[in-house]
Design a protein around this ligand. Sequence first.
Ligand code: SF4
Ligand code: MG
Length: 321
Amino acid sequence: EAATKHFRLPRRGLRRRREHVHSLDGVTIRVPAGQVLGLVGESGSGKSTLARVVLGLIPLTSGRVSVDGMDAAVRDGAGRRRLSRTAQLVFQDPHAALDPRMTIGESMHAVLAQHRIGTREERAGTVSAALAEVGLDDGYLGRHPGACSGGQLQRVVIARALLLGPKLLICDEPTSALDASVQARILNLLGRLRREHRLTMVMISHDLRVVRFLGDRIAVMYLGEIVELADRDDLFDGARHPYTLALLAAASGAGTEVTGEPPSPIHPPAGCRFHPRCPLATDHCRTEPPPAHEVERGHQVRCHRWSESRAALAGEAGAEA
Ligand code: SF4
Ligand code: MG
């Protein structure tokens, strides 16, 4: 239906700087309009790649990504403009997102001018309104990015992303470069904007607290695969994948850290990609990639031992103690 956004990602990975990165194998996520998908995983798991593919910033060699019915691979100017009106990205580092030579007002006007929206006077009103929405007054219009704090600049970046009235906002670690107190304020701001604008959002973070705060559904990524996907409470209370369980245990300080470096996403391990780091791995795991099992409606987990993983890991923790 028109209200649903599909991100259909390729089965055979994508080409990036001539390397075949098995970065997003077989990922299919549907994010219903108005929902927030929290995407969590370690760095190198493919979270940022996913964001860039959705926005057409990384070309695909196979498969297709569609955003609100539009092909993200469009290359012509009109198609790009249409896509960027629909979907906007907020990156981790707001300093890198803004041209240091332009004032904040100029950066924001440039977006509207590029899309030929409004007269000069109308644009001024739109820019002021967007800044007001993120809690900044017109005093910021004449400032350069260098004269602002990271938190202020991230507000500017969010205001700029809203200028075109996007339906989908992809936030890639939007708070991880900010101080803890500023992080909370930016997350609250995103939560409010999401409700007021009925935005569909993909919230990418390595931080479980961030995805828990904003996400309606949570996807856990490991080496380019979604290994677990569930509604927020089902994931936090009933996770089944050993990797998810390890992330949750580490976040709560209950031990069972995921040890070792993640293997290369260019040459992922055979069988289950998590097997070199999994305490429950069997010979079967080392050779057979696990399919996605449906634990219950809307809760999928990619693990051969999904039905016994919780009890088995609890036993492991008990045996070590
Ligand atoms: Fe661990 Fe096997 Fe499950 Fe992979 S399939 S997560 S190795 S138990
Ligand atoms: Mg990243």
